[in-house]
Design a protein. Structure first.
Length: 258
């Protein structure tokens, strides 16, 4: 298991620093502490942001390829690199793989990278470098599922959906502050994403979102769980029960209490 600090622990440490700041000033003035102590939160922020190294590398790869996409890829090249359902059945691997790193706009990239960071951080904490086969395994299952549904496209969201499914199974009550600044259990964030995709399929709109690809990514965890070790399988079993209860409570609210 990789030592990656939770968001909650990091936030509370910064709050504690602010509370004790007057005392720190006094200690600096009487010579017990040095002025560089005031920069400690900034050093800790940098450490916190880059702590999940594999997740950060995946984000960096997506950003670099998006920059190349804007400045160096022609329209014809982009068309050739887009994933199309036929690519799966003809074993045309280049667009299958390249599409995982391409994005349609800055907003598309930023949204995906925020979710990649939030859920990648949680998964990497448990799996370390093994987050890589989870990420790309989910991308493959996502593409197969979307191809069967006649849907193609670009983006890392199918792979990220696999991380979402993994995270809400293993750590459903992990709190994230990185969406609206207030603590939200990732089971809520994850199921909001899942429900959005289910709704997008049941009530189709021209939103250019690969909802089937996302569902394939969520489904991938049901296959990848067989490669988990005993500890992770036990966590996944408990997490599955928690998620089922959560979904039942949502359905009860929707149909009876709303």
């Amino acid at each position: 298991m990789v030592e990656i600090e939770s968001e909650s622990r990091f936030i509370w440490r910064q709050i504690r620093f602010l509370i004790t700041l007057p005392v720190l000033f006094i200690e600096i003035l009487i010579g017990k502490k040095e002025w560089k102590e005031l920069s400690r939160p900034f050093r800790e922020i940098i450490h916190f942001l880059f702590e999940p190294k594999i997740t950060v590398l995946l984000i960096a790869a997506n950003i670099v390829i998006f920059i190349l996409e804007i400045f160096y890829f022609s329209k014809e090249q982009m068309i050739n690199l887009l994933f199309k359902p036929s690519d799966i059945f003809t074993f045309n691997y280049t667009p299958v793989i390249s599409s995982w790193f391409l994005h349609a706009s800055v907003a598309h990239l930023v949204g995906n990278m925020i979710f990649l960071y939030i859920f990648g951080r949680v998964v990497e904490k448990d799996f370390g470098w093994k987050i890589i086969p989870i990420y790309f395994g989910s991308a493959i299952v996502s593409d197969i599922f979307s191809a069967l549904m006649g849907e193609g496209g670009i983006g890392a969201s199918g792979a990220i959906a696999g991380l979402i499914g993994t995270a809400i199974l293993l750590h459903p009550f992990y709190l994230t502050y990185l969406i609206i600044g207030i603590p939200l259990p990732i089971i809520i964030v994850g199921w909001f994403a899942i429900i959005s995709d289910v709704t997008g399929i049941l009530m189709p709109q021209r939103d250019n979102i690969g909802h089937f690809a996302h569902l394939g990514g969520y489904f991938a965890i049901s296959l990848l769980v067989f490669f988990f070790n005993k500890e992770h399988k036990e966590k996944a079993k408990k997490g599955l029960i928690i998620n089922i209860i959560f979904v039942l409570l949502m359905l009860f609210y929707w149909f009876y209490l709303r």
